[in-house]
Design a protein around this ligand. Structure first.
Ligand SMILES: *Cc1c(COP(=O)(O)O)cnc(C)c1O
Length: 353
């Protein structure tokens, strides 16, 4: 007799950053250190208890409409999901069905290969160059799809829109996904490519720049046809992805643009200050356009710094693989006070070696 295990889908899951239960300085999962807009709080208190009795709107129309208006697109160009992880997973399922491999960088968001394995999508990773830049020519061959974050994670390196336009234009045979999880922190968005090309999907999230990782809101902007395909797959899997409360708070966040800008600017300012301090302490890093810095010390090992920081209640992220990044730490940007304390402790650790 064969075992049921032979017919089970076996995968190695994505490992999310730690969510410690005790109070720590948490610089390990790129969350925003500021709370969401006060309008989000108001939207939560305005929820009528009775409204939860009913299923939410499966078409998510209030949120889609707010996002369409915000980006200057039609509603049929917008798709929403349970965080961008959900949007990305659904996009992989919808668009990456070729026998040819999909392409993505070797150092990138570590969920891409997990989804590829889960959905049995063949893939090829393309090595970043020594400065952690994406090599455009690596993406020229015919393929089953392309997914690239811009800025890339965990490096923080951003490429200009023309860089992506060249890739999109060269690949009418597949869908190119640009994962803009960190684009609000100072780099240029590729959303306007959607007006010109029907094979590009730009994916965004409320988790980082909008301080709403706890709510799970992600979305995609693409051609009407692309969004229709995505939507049909979603409705074949789970009609009610977005709950009533989440739809309301998503709209509230979009409506408070002044607050959003203020907090994003604060994070950028703190990031630039942190870059200066890290340099003084002997760290090097690719220039980050995101809400984190991917840094390496000239002499002290990343694992040592990681453990010492943890003992002091400061959490950063460490990736042991691939080998090439095993001496780097990914440091999310916190408040000014948090980063000051981080730098103080870091300085003690390095001086104490
Ligand atoms: C954080 C992150 C996501 C996922 O964000 P959620 O919207 O919280 O699911 C996707 N892509 C990249 C590159 C990220 O860093």
């Amino acid at each position: 007799m064969t075992s049921w295990k032979e017919n089970a889908r076996e995968v190695v899951p994505y490992t999310p950053g730690e969510q410690p239960k005790t109070k720590v300085i948490k610089l390990n999962t790129n969350e925003n250190p500021y709370p969401p807009s006060p309008l989000v709080g108001k939207a939560i208190s305005n929820i009528q208890l009775d409204s939860l009795r009913k299923y939410p709107d499966p078409g998510c129309s209030i949120l889609i409409s707010a996002l369409a208006k915000y980006h200057g697109f039609n509603e049929e160009n917008v798709f929403v999901g349970v965080g961008s992880d959900d949007v990305l997973a659904m996009s992989f399922l919808t668009f990456f069905n070729s026998k040819k491999p999909i392409f993505f960088p070797d150092i990138t968001y570590s969920f891409y290969d997990v989804w590829a394995d889960l959905f049995r999508i063949p893939y090829e990773t393309k090595a970043l160059d020594k400065d952690f830049k994406i090599v455009a020519s690596d993406y020229s061959g015919e393929c089953g799809g392309i997914v690239i974050p811009n800025p890339n994670a965990p490096t923080g390196v951003a490429e200009p829109v023309e860089f992506f336009e060249n890739i999109v234009a060269a690949h009418p045979e597949c869908v190119v996904i640009i994962d803009e999880a960190y684009v609000d922190f100072g780099s240029k968005s590729c959303v306007d490519l959607v007006r010109k090309y029907d094979n590009v999907l730009v994916v965004r999230t409320f988790s980082k720049s909008r301080s709403m990782a706890g709510n799970r809101i992600g979305y995609a902007i693409g051609s009407k046809e692309l969004i229709k395909y995505l939507s049909d797959c979603k409705f074949s899997f789970n009609s009610y992805t977005m709950d009533t409360i989440t739809l309301a708070v998503g709209v509230a966040s979009i409506e408070d643009n002044a607050y959003f800008k203020e907090k994003v600017d604060a994070v950028i300012k703190t990031r630039e200050w942190t870059k200066g301090e890290l340099t003084k302490l002997g760290f090097t890093f690719p220039d980050s356009m995101s809400n984190f810095i991917f840094a390496k010390h000239e002499s002290v090992k990343a694992t040592y710094i990681f453990e010492e920081l943890k003992k002091r209640g400061i959490y950063v992220r460490y990736f042991s693989k691939p080998e090439r990044i095993s001496d780097y730490l990914r440091i999310s940007i916190g408040t000014d006070d948090e980063m000051q304390e981080f730098i103080n402790e870091l300085s003690n650790i390095i001086k104490g070696v």
